[in-house]
Design a protein around this ligand. Structure first.
Ligand code: NAP
Length: 344
């Protein structure tokens, strides 16, 4: 990391996508450098899984694994192959220069031929005091029903889902497999969700809706016992006793530091140039994990795209793409031809 050195690949992030990319890049002898991010109130290295208790759907762990252990294991695996890790944030990526020029929060300037962005997305929360505390402590508050809903603590309970979008509908429907009742709490009198998703949820006899209602307080010391709700029209307050709260009010991808240099959708998720590829609108910059996926958002799919990004970066480097590349140029035909022939 001397001033003159040029990295092969800098990986930004520290979730399953980032560590998988690091493992593949390191084993391909690319000597990857990972910026795992600096701990802050909102983010800690390791990403969203650091806030998940038991992960039961990551293959290879038949008895489940807690999110923090899973991330530690992934990081250790990357370190085993001599991945270098910096505990700092990247705050700027200049994609107009080749090699790319990256700047860290600590003021370091780095140059790299390729960049893998795996900064993830963060679940939006209601911002209530007890909500964050219980979510971090495994106290029955979660932003991911698919991750946590099947845990024994939620079996045969009344569970609340906050939100009115497709995620809330999907989570509510999913939770009916385990819950006694699922109460969707929505702040308006109509769902934002697609009609088919809303119908599927509403047709389920275990689901009922509290319309025009917001949650104002999460109750419980070590584990949630209920939520205080308020009718937005009348101001009337009530308490709903629940054994779990699932907040499904959207996610925010961590792409703010990129400005407008790389194409994103209207929500800020990075766009890739082709399906089943991870290269972004900037050749040589790849995206992996939740930062480019608002649809699956699973640890295993993030890991999969991390692998893809590392392989694409490796091929990019192998084809000798260097300092003087026109960033607007289309992808070299040979690369496309080779990629198209890849077995999958
Ligand atoms: P979303 O569509 O943005 O919906 C967020 C919901 O949360 C909205 O109903 C919103 O209420 C509510 N909300 C936002 N902030 C709130 C707050 N502070 N307090 C209370 N409620 C709040 O997000 P999403 O449901 O996660 O979906 C994101 C994208 O993924 C969408 O494009 C969706 O179609 C897609 N998706 C697809 C599927 C599927 O097809 N299987 C599954 C999940 C997600 P308002 O309606 O009042 O704004």
């Amino acid at each position: 990391m001397s001033e003159d050195s040029i990295e092969n690949v800098i990986i930004i992030g520290s979730g399953p996508a980032a560590w998988t990319a690091a493992i593949y890049a390191a084993r391909a002898r690319l000597d990857p450098l990972v910026f795992e991010g600096a701990p802050s109130r909102e983010m800690i290295p390791g990403g969203q899984l650091m806030f998940t208790t038991e992960v039961e759907n990551y293959p290879g762990f038949k008895d489940g694994v807690d999110g923090q252990t899973l991330m530690m294991e992934m990081k250790e695996q990357a370190l085993r192959f001599d991945t270098r890790v910096v505990t700092d944030d990247i705050v700027d990526v200049d994609t107009n220069r080749r090699p790319f020029v990256l700047r860290s929060e600590g003021g370091e300037e780095l140059r790299s031929h390729t960049v893998i962005i795996a900064t993830g997305a963060r679940a939006n929360w209601l911002g209530l005091e007890n909500e964050e505390r219980l979510a971090q402590a495994g106290g029955g508050v979660s932003a991911c029903a698919v991750c946590d809903g099947a845990l024994p603590a939620f079996r045969d309970q009344v569970l609340a889902v906050v939100g009115g979008g497709d995620s809330a509908m999907e989570e509510a429907t999913y939770l009916t497999k385990f819950a006694r009742e699922v109460v969707i709490i929505h702040r308006r009198d109509a769902f934002r969700a697609s009609p088919i998703m809303a119908e599927r949820a509403l047709e389920n006899e275990k689901v009922r809706v509290e319309w025009n209602t917001i949650v104002t307080e999460v109750l419980g010391d070590d584990f949630i016992t209920g939520v205080r709700m308020q009718d937005v029209n009348t101001g009337e307050e009530s308490i709903l006793e629940v054994g779990g709260l699932f907040v499904a009010i959207g996610h925010t991808p961590n792409t703010g530091f990129l400005g407008e240099r790389i194409e994103m959708d209207e929500e800020g998720y990075l766009l890739t140039r082709q399906p089943w590829r991870t290269e972004t609108s900037v050749p040589g910059v790849f995206a992996a994990g939740d930062v480019m996926d608002s649809y699956f958002r699973q640890a295993v799919t993030a890991a999969g795209t991390g692998c893809m990004a590392a392989i694409e970066a490796e091929r990019w480097l192998a084809h000798g793409v260097g300092n003087d590349v026109d960033t607007e140029a289309p992808v070299a035909d040979s690369r496309v031809a080779e990629s198209a022939a890849d077995p999958r």
